[in-house]
Write a protein that binds this ligand. Sequence first.
Ligand code: AMP
Length: 195
Amino acid sequence: MSRFLLIGAPGAGKGTQAERLAQAFSIPAISTGDIFRYNVKNETELGKLAKSFMDRGEYVPDSVTNDLVRDRLSQEDAQPGFLLDGYPRTADQVKELDDILAAAGSKLDAVVLLTADTDEVVRRLLNRAQEQGRADDTEEVIRRRLEVYEEQTAPLIDIYAARDIVITIDGLGEVAEVTGRILDALAARGIKPLS
Ligand code: AMP
């Protein structure tokens, strides 16, 4: 049973690491950003609503995001464990996740905090903008996303630190090297993939 989440500034490498870790643990990587982008692409009602916030670098309202995650975590594949990427991002979302897990009689095993300095993060995001053409990777929106992260999401680290479940990982370096650091740190806490 592995239930954990990745937290860190936009551009810290959460998405890349989430995929690799989910594979190592054979659990789904659940990215709220990816779910929103999928809905934007398919022009669903949820997508239309999410787009109006995402394009400005603002967070999609908690009520919408919480319902989406509650539904996703109730699905069969998430029962053995899951890796959340980009959720929770607000104090209200932390509470919602606590409620969802408490109702299921489970709890989070670890919160992996990926760190990267601001210059590096902006450089990565501008690079990704060129490669993937994401609508929210323009310099102005990137700046707003970093501000929103500092205001609303960075404070969540203290909430989880008080529970002694935060593992801080240097997100700079080769992708495989960073994955190795995370796996080692999780293993040191007794969290290992079933082999
Ligand atoms: P990401 O791919 O995780 O950087 O997310 C891209 C965008 O989706 C964010 O800038 C938000 O607009 C929206 N988003 C993703 N996850 C959340 C969340 N947990 N709460 C609110 N908005 C979110």
